[in-house]
Design a protein around this ligand. Structure first.
Ligand code: PEP
Ligand code: MN
Length: 351
């Protein structure tokens, strides 16, 4: 770490910092500049926290040299993490981007869900998504069918061969969700629910972790770090938009740049969700294309057999016909990116 002293730090202040560093086994090198004194400290950060140093008189800033996330970082593991499922589907690396589609909420209409699943299979999708436990802003809104929805998803899996992805909201439902799901979703609102992250960290199912609506990329990667630290390294990240100041046209601001940033600093796969990222059906196609071009390992989109009647997020859901039209274009785009060796197919370059 680098410690920058205040311009008016006294010799005594500097000595106190140096002594503390030495006491904790750090190698500290002093650079006395004309204005600021800077201390370059090398040692085991776990024995001495930043806060402790920051609190000392005369200290202006303490800056880390290494990234705060370790397990998720590319410094630790250069090659891309690839997550493989029982049926051979793979997410990450130079594998073809995966598609996860389905309704926001699984509703009490199995035939409707099956229509979406059959179309998804036909279009080459690998995952059927659908919420059984729904986080809702208002307590008066539909909050999911619970286990009944999990059973519907599982039945649709048996009929189509699609893998199931569904959200876990509470650690007490972990075993239940694991019985039916192939990929556990941690929703944006729970990105920093550390108990929940710990619980999925201790299970051996892959997890898709959505970015919190007001969380930085560092916080996002640290949330993944919590899951990995607890033993589960099968984490897929999902950019799903962050809060902006202008919600007159879009529900969120879809942070497309987060995709190449994460590919640069982390080995974990990253997918994009333009349904929640924009809140608008017509933006799903352009934002999916953009995400694929900048290297997304997959796309998650809400599709409903009749969006006008959807119990949640109908405005950002494609109908089955729209889904087929959009996804046939996305499949063509992926073929071009692969052929031309661009997007995620291009070798990873440090600029
Ligand atoms: C969802 O996928 O339906 C969902 C609630 O997503 P998010 O957590 O990104 O809002
Ligand atoms: Mn939704």
């Amino acid at each position: 770490m680098i410690i920058i002293m205040e311009r008016n730090a006294t010799k005594e202040n500097i000595k106190t910092v140096m002594d503390l560093l030495k006491e904790h086994g750090f190698r500290a090198i002093l650079h006395e500049g004309e204005v600021h004194t800077v201390i370059d400290a090398l040692g085991d950060k776990t024995t001495l926290s930043f806060n402790r140093i920051e609190a000392l008189d005369g200290v202006s800033q303490v800056k880390p040299v290494r990234s705060p996330f370790r397990l998720a970082s590319r410094d630790r593991k250069e090659e891309d993490t690839i997550i493989e499922f029982d049926n051979g589907v793979k997410i990450g690396g130079k594998n073809r981007p995966v598609f996860m589609v389905g309704p926001c909420s699984v509703e009490d209409d199995y035939e409707g869900l099956l229509k979406v699943a059959v179309a998804a299979k036909e279009m080459g999708c690998q995952f059927l998504r659908g919420g059984a436990f729904k986080p809702r802003t208002s307590p008066y809104d539909f909050d999911g069918l619970g286990e009944k929805a999990l059973k519907y998803l599982y039945k649709a899996k048996q009929e189509t061969g699609l893998l199931v992805v569904t959200e876990l909201m509470d650690a007490s439902d972990l075993d239940l969700v694991c019985e039916y799901a192939d990929l556990i979703q941690i929703g944006a609102r729970n990105m920093q629910n550390f108990r929940l992250l710990k619980a999925v960290g201790k299970c051996n199912k892959p997890v898709v972790l959505k970015r919190g609506p007001a969380n930085s990329i560092t916080e996002f990667l640290l949330a993944a770090e919590h899951i990995m630290y607890n033993g589960n390294e099968q984490v897929v990240l999902c950019e799903r938009g962050i809060k902006g100041f202008d919600s007159s046209y879009t529900r969120n601001v879809m942070d497309i740049s987060a995709i190449p940033v994460i590919r640069k600093y982390s080995h974990l796969p990253i997918i994009a969700d333009p349904s929640h990222g924009t809140g608008q059906r017509y933006l799903i196609e352009p934002m999916s294309k953009a995400a694929l071009v900048v290297g997304a390992d997959g796309i998650m989109v809400e599709v409903h057999h009749d969006p006008s009647k959807a119990l949640s997020d109908g405005k950002q859901s494609l109908s089955i016909d729209e889904f087929k039209r959009v996804f046939s274009k996305l499949n063509k785009l992926i073929d071009i990116l692969k052929l031309e060796n661009i997007g995620q197919y291009a070798p990873f370059e440090q600029v």
